[in-house]
Design a protein around this ligand. Structure first.
Ligand code: NAD
Length: 484
């Protein structure tokens, strides 16, 4: 297991293949601290041959792993959860360093949810159910099986690296599959630490980590004929590429793509709760979240007060480095992402009817900081309303009647998450029913639990993470019929 002595002592840089730690033989990626732009580590990516090796290892491990009982797999997943918890501070520190996110948010929000994800699937593996076996044709007994699929190639994004690794790995392993996981080339550090934790728990080959870029490592993984399923969380354009690559071998795909969550604020909403909710969930993780509360629609009577109160609340968000006391929001992941966000705001500024009522600037100094921003007066056809920014930018659009609000919210390429804010319970349920989003929150936003599914439709993809639905996604339904 190699350490990079010149860098942070927690940093591991080796790939994990067939139970062995080994240096990547491909090009080297510089891993940055987004708060300072300093290099945290140099991680050599996997060569083409190493990707093949990882898939073969997972393929060899599959038969034995698939034969284990749910109870055995459950026991091991529970051990992984315990190990993550006992190393919570290390994981949180690495995640904060690599992503720029506030350390306490990683420690208190993410790590407990990640450990719980492994615990949930440890239990869920033992509780799958389905149709009753019986004689649906006279003299023949039919039964339904749900079997593992084989090797799963999992590809994760950079915004929640360890959580995405957990969402992909826990259900896949619980169902009896083996996994080759590729973290984002920008954020491999917690996944590499996870490999170190898992190495002592799982049989060799069951879980493998290959680092590297999408084109050089992700694509060969997707195209490999022994990979039976590909699970991607990433951008819509990456989803399209993965679908194309997977089409050659007709493999099962599980896609979690972007989002542009509408937030419907009706005139009777509790304004204070809305402001507090959007201040938190529009800017959490610097808005680099596919469910971020970023596209507000406000009733005509509440609109002006919402713009004023939200703008002043957003100005009070404390921007800073990961370990700074009281920090609420960190930098963006790269200078490229920050410039991308800045260019969205600049283009919005050039359109006459919009006004930047908070933020709208880069923060000078090192690191990739961008001020939390509110854009008022946005209209449905504006780019800022239609495209995913993936940064700390919230737009507000006025609506005149409730039906119009639902139509505006649904008029989007995306279909991942949404929220409705009103004190009228019947309206909340009526509107929720009509919203074309994988999740609708009422008088809140962003909250996730491992028992409930996360996933969208339309351009947001179609895989479900968390919950029994994820376990179903990672299994194949089979019918066995016996002539008696
Ligand atoms: P990205 O699409 O650039 O990268 C995601 C992963 O795909 C990375 O590991 C990357 O190396 C890999 N990849 C890129 N090209 C590939 C290819 N041709 N073949 C195989 N793999 C390839 O996304 P990102 O910038 O890391 O993350 C941000 C995006 O992720 C946003 O659009 C966001 O909305 C989305 N996201 C969605 C969810 C969700 O649950 N729906 C959650 C988090 C992030």
């Amino acid at each position: 297991m190699g350490k990079t002595p010149d860098f942070h002592p927690l940093v591991q840089t080796d790939l994990f293949i067939d139970g062995q730690f080994m240096a990547g033989e491909g090009e080297t990626e510089r891993i940055l601290n987004p708060s300072t732009a300093e290099v945290l580590a140099l991680v050599p990516e996997a060569s083409f041959e190493q990707v093949q090796k990882a898939v073969l290892a997972a393929h060899r491990a599959f038969d034995t792993w698939a034969e284990t009982t749910p109870m055995e797999r459950s026991r091991l997943l529970l051990r992984i959860a315990d190990a993550i918890e006992s190393e919570a501070e290390t994981f949180a520190r690495l995640e904060a360093l690599n992503c720029g996110k506030p350390y306490l948010r990683a420690l208190e929000d993410e790590i407990p949810a990640i450990a719980d994800c492994f615990r949930y699937f440890a239990g869920a593996a033992r509780c799958m159910n389905g149709s009753v076996a019986g004689e649906y044709l006279a003299g023949h007994t039919s039964m339904i099986r749900r079997d593992p699929i084989g090797v799963v190639g999992s590809i994760a994004p950079w915004n929640y690296p360890l959580m995405m690794a957990a969402w992909k790995t826990a259900p896949a392993l619980a169902a009896g599959n083996t996994v080759v996981l590729k973290p984002s080339e920008q954020t491999p550090l917690t996944t590499l630490w996870l490999a170190r934790v898992v190495a002592d728990i799982l049989p060799k080959g069951v879980f493998n980590v290959v680092c590297g870029r999408g084109g050089t490592v992700g694509q060969p993984l997707v195209e490999h004929p022994l990979v039976r399923m590909v699970s991607l969380t990433g951008d819509v354009s990456t989803g399209r590429k993965v679908l194309q690559s997977a089409s050659g071998t007709l493999k099962r795909t599980h896609l979690e793509l972007g989002g542009k969550a509408p937030v419907l604020v009706f005139d009777d909403a509790d304004l204070e709760a809305v402001v507090e909710g959007v201040r938190t969930f529009g800017y959490y993780n610097a808005g680099q979240d596919c469910t971020a509360a970023c596209r507000l629609y406000a009733g005509a009577r509440i609109y002006d007060r919402l713009v004023a109160d939200l703008s002043s609340a957003v100005k009070s968000i404390r921007l800073g480095g990961q370990f700074q006391e009281g920090v609420e929001m960190g930098p963006l992941i790269t200078d490229r992402q920050r410039d991308r966000v800045a260019s969205f705001v600049e283009r919005a500024q050039m359109v006459g009817h919009m006004e930047i009522t908070a933020g709208g600037r880069l923060r000078s100094g090192p690191g990739f900081f961008y001020e939390p921003t509110v854009i008022a007066g946005a209209r449905q056809d504006d780019e800022i309303v239609r495209r995913e920014v993936f940064g700390p930018v919230v737009s507000i659009t006025r609506f005149n009647d409730p039906d119009e609000a639902v139509a505006l919210a649904n008029d989007s390429d995306y279909g991942l998450a949404s929220s409705v804010w009103t004190q009228d319970a019947a309206r909340a349920l009526r509107v929720s029913r009509k919203l074309q989003y994988g999740c609708t929150w009422i008088n809140t936003h962003f909250m996730l639990v491992n028992e409930m599914p996360h996933g969208g439709f339309k351009a947001s993809g179609y895989g479900k993470d968390m919950s029994m639905y994820a376990l179903e996604d990672y299994t194949v339904v089979r019918h066995v019929m016996a002539r008696l």
